[in-house]
Each structure stands twice: as C-alpha cells, then as structure tokens.
Write a protein that binds this ligand. Sequence first.
Ligand SMILES: NC(=O)c1ccc[n+]([C@@H]2O[C@H](COP(=O)([O-])OP(=O)(O)OC[C@H]3O[C@@H](n4cnc5c(N)ncnc54)[C@H](O)[C@@H]3O)[C@@H](O)[C@H]2O)c1
Length: 349
Amino acid sequence: MNFTVELAERSYDVVVRDGARDQLAALIAERAPRAKSVVVVTSASLAQQPWFTLTSGLEEFTLFVPEGESAKTMTALDELLEAFADRRLSRDDVVVAVGGGAITDLAGFAAATYLRGVALVQIPTSLVGQVDAAIGGKTGVNLAAGKNLVGAFYQPLGVLCDTSVLATLASRERLSGLGEVAKCWLLENRNVERLRGASLDSLIEMAVGLKVAIVGADEREGSSRVLLNYGHTLAHALEKLALRRGPDELRHGEAVAIGLAFAARLACALDRVGDDEVKYHDAVLATLELDGRLPRHYDTDELLEAMTFDKKARHDLGFVLAGVDGYSLVTGIDRAVVADVLERFKGEL
Ligand SMILES: NC(=O)c1ccc[n+]([C@@H]2O[C@H](COP(=O)([O-])OP(=O)(O)OC[C@H]3O[C@@H](n4cnc5c(N)ncnc54)[C@H](O)[C@@H]3O)[C@@H](O)[C@H]2O)c1
C-alpha cells in the first residue's frame, strides 16, 4: 500500500509491502534524477542478513555505523560525516539508510546537515522504524544529558517499508514495535475484536496511515502531532531511569506499553473517562501480548522529576490523555494526583 505525506513540494510516499526495497532504483530515478552515487548507511550485522540486497541503479558504497543506540552518538555522527566527505559525496547524491530507528535517526541527521542537506531515502528494517521512526522527518542523536537532544526535522525523498525483512527481527524488537502499534490502535479508537484477527502487515498499514496523516497536518509538532506522544511522558521517564540498570533493561516500546496503561488510569482518576477505558487499554495491550504493568522498583519521585523535565514537557507535567472529546494534551495536572495514580498502578503488580 502507498501512503503520501502531504507537505507541498516536500511531499513523499511511504510504501508498505513485501519487497518494497526493490523500488529503490525507481524512486531515485524519479526523485533524484541527477544523482550519480548512493551511500548506504547500515550496520555490519544487518549487512549479513539474507534480505540485504539493494539495487539503486547507481554507483553504491556502504558505510557501517555501530549497532543499536550506540549509533546515535556525536562520535558516530562525526565519523559518518567524515566518511561522506572522504567519499566526496555531493549535493546531488543520495544517502540511503537501512536499519532500525537508531540508524534512520542517525543517517537522517547526517543527511540533513552534510552540505546543508543531501537527499535521503529511508529503508526501515525494524517494526519501530517502519511504523514510526523513519516517517515524519524527525532525525537526531543523543547527548549524555538525554535522548534525541540534538536533531533536525528533515524529510526524506521516500520511505520503503519492506515487510519481508521483519522476519529476521528478534521477538523482543518485534514486541517493542507493537508498543507503538498499540498506541496508534488506541488513538484510532479501534475495536479490540478486530485487533485479534489483524495481520502484522495490516497493523503496520494502520500505524503508517495515522502517522502520515498527522505529520501532513502538523509537521513541526505545533498541534496534532503531539498526540503521537501518547503514553510517552511516562515512557521517556522510565527509559531514562532504566538506563541505570543497563542499555537492555527496557526497550522503547515496552516503556510505551506501560505509559499507555498508566495514561488510561490517569485519565480515569481525573474523571476524563470511565473505568471501561482502562479495561479497553488493558485489552489492547494484552491482545498484542504487551506487558503494561509498572515494575515496583521505579521510584515515584524520580519518575515525577524525569517526567517534569522531559524534553517534550516544556518544564511542565504534560500528558496526552483520553477524554470525552477524544485525545488531547493536558497540562497543569496536580503532581499529587499523578503520584497517587503511579503508586496505585505499581500496586497492581
Ligand atoms: N525519529 C522518530 O520519529 C523516532 C520515532 C520512534 C523511535 N525513534 C528512535 O528509534 C530508535 C529505536 O529504534 P528500533 O527500535 O528500531 O531500535 P534499533 O534501531 O536499535 O534496532 C534494534 C535492533 O534490531 C536490529 N534490527 C533492525 N532491523 C532488523 C531486521 N530486519 N532483522 C534483524 N535485526 C534487525 C538492529 O540491528 C538492532 O540491533 C530509538 O533511538 C528511538 O529514539 C525515532
């Protein structure tokens, strides 16, 4: 299925299908006809995967970046930009990112900044990449002070979501992606019964459709794009605290699942929705085999502190919450209420 991110002259297609990566040559010929070479940015382990074959129709060279979150550092960015320069990449050429969200974020930011912007194609290979990271133009790297603190909005020429490559994804990475899928299902307010029979491809299409529509309406997160942060206020705080226990303690989507279950409970405590909404959230998470429970070892005060200073919270405690008129960003919530809901939520374990 093809979706279009409508952004006037920067509009582009997101192709979701088995074999989508085969469209690379046609995409480059159409959108970057002057290109002479293509630099593929990926990791050494992904390049070993059986599906790793690309045809761009142009001279190609491949650059390897570190695996996972270690790709999103200023050091990796520096090395990548120097490698672009060594290869004399010109403004007419194309950067093709092949990897999970970490690689699409890093390569996207490198493409946004090298020569003040070179063409970019995103080929996301993880579920998080396909339903979220590679679409919408948010690119960037992390600082010691926090995730995604340096970056740029930079839209690609196209996004090729090849669903066949997901076959080699580890089950924990797949579940992580389902956390974002659950968020989209809830935002769309879709029926749990339909979720039970849904194929992974149809879920990817649902999530991509939602993200494409929201980015087209609000590229820079001035209004509706904030809804895509549903569940993320608590998720970001959990991820920050989890890092102390090691990089593999909590995957992003696992944190989002907990954040979604919490957001329903908070909305209920604020009388914005009834208990049925909490049950609906729990049923969506359970159907996708996601664990929405908040582990007891996260300290409530530390979570509150981390949530207040979340990059997106603008120094105020803000949550996207369900309500009678749908979802909206709610700020100025009494910290004592948030603390109380967190404590009671932990007690559900
Ligand atoms: N820019 C955005 O809008 C946005 C949105 C959501 C997440 N993100 C970012 O995305 C990152 C998380 O992305 P992620 O969950 O994809 O993690 P990731 O990029 O770290 O990939 C997870 C692991 O899966 C492996 N992998 C990827 N595709 C594979 C495949 N087809 N087969 C086998 N292994 C494969 C990777 O090599 C890696 O080891 C975070 O840094 C997050 O901040 C960005």
